[in-house]
Design a protein around this ligand. Structure first.
Ligand SMILES: Nc1ncnc2c1ncn2[C@@H]1O[C@H](COP(=O)(O)OP(=O)(O)OP(=O)(O)O)[C@@H](O)[C@H]1O
Length: 252
């Protein structure tokens, strides 16, 4: 038995001639806040798509909680407790936050975990409180600013009581003042519910403050692995960012 919740071995995916994921290997420990870093087009979202079953890998191994989920479809993967969010949030606009969370909870996994409806409702309210959505619980989502919608996206994922959440750019489209609350929600979701988190994010400063450990990728290949401090000092990581015209890694 290992302490790893996720083990990725020699994972590869080609799109035509393009190696979007090129022989990637890494492990994520249970309870970690793990980051995947890389410039635009490096292959980060493709890794999420492969792990969550949205696209089929060509080669490699994907082991989740000691079981292979390689090539498994997203519904089965979610049923096992591995869920993801998307860069673009798409709530049911005419429904309230609470109703959106109820819709998210309509899964076989939830029915199994909460056969009793009132316990399910209690859990949804608990998730809303972790995600700081209590004050807007019964507000239609079309009336909410983007910051709340991003919290709702995390809450929808957390509602199904997952073991692992893949968060794809939760800060995209947010102003600086909107980022801190969602950043706190991510940390709280991890600490209060014990859910392991893998994060992709371009806002490097905030990203580095959230994650405990990182892999950096470029052109589909892993180029570094380490703590945030080790990664920002890594020569190859700095070069991959500077090469793409951005010195932002140096300020992270
Ligand atoms: N379904 C697809 N078909 C063809 N090419 C794809 C597909 N999905 C991704 N790619 C290509 O694979 C490469 C990696 O894309 P990916 O979206 O994984 O990068 P990323 O690191 O997430 O980028 P960003 O930070 O801009 O979101 C890119 O060159 C992209 O154009």
């Amino acid at each position: 038995m290992t302490n790893n919740i996720l083990e990725i071995n020699n994972l590869s995916k080609n799109f035509g001639g393009l190696k979007a994921t090129d022989d990637i290997t890494f492990n994520v420990k249970k309870g970690e806040r793990f980051g995947i870093l890389g410039p635009n087009g490096a292959g980060k979202t493709t890794i999420f798509n492969l792990i969550s079953g949205f696209i089929k890998p060509d080669n490699g191994k994907i082991i989740f909680q000691n079981e292979s989920i390689f090539g498994m479809n997203p519904i089965k993967v979610a049923h096992k407790g591995l869920v993801r969010t998307f860069q673009i949030v798409k709530p049911f606009k005419e429904l309230s936050v609470f109703e959106n969370l109820k819709v998210a909870s309509l899964t076989p996994r939830m029915n199994k975990l909460f056969p009793n409806e009132s316990e399910k409702i209690d859990w949804i309210k608990h998730v809303a409180s972790i995600c700081e959505l209590e004050e807007v619980l019964y507000t239609d989502t079309e009336q909410l600013p983007q910051g709340y919608l991003k919290k709702l996206e995390v809450a929808k994922a957390l509602t199904v009581k997952p073991e692992l959440i893949l968060l794809d750019e939760p800060f995209a489209g947010l102003t600086s003042s909107e980022i801190e609350p969602i950043s706190n929600v991510i940390i709280k979701a991890n600490e209060k519910s014990g859910t392991t988190i893998i994060l992709i994010e371009h806002r490097l400063k905030e990203f580095m403050q959230i994650v405990n450990r990182i892999i950096a990728i470029d052109y589909g290949k892993k180029i570094a692995e380490g703590t945030p401090k080790e990664i920002v000092e890594n020569k190859q990581v700095i070069e991959s960012y500077l090469g793409k015209g951005g010195g932002e890694i140096a300020n992270a």
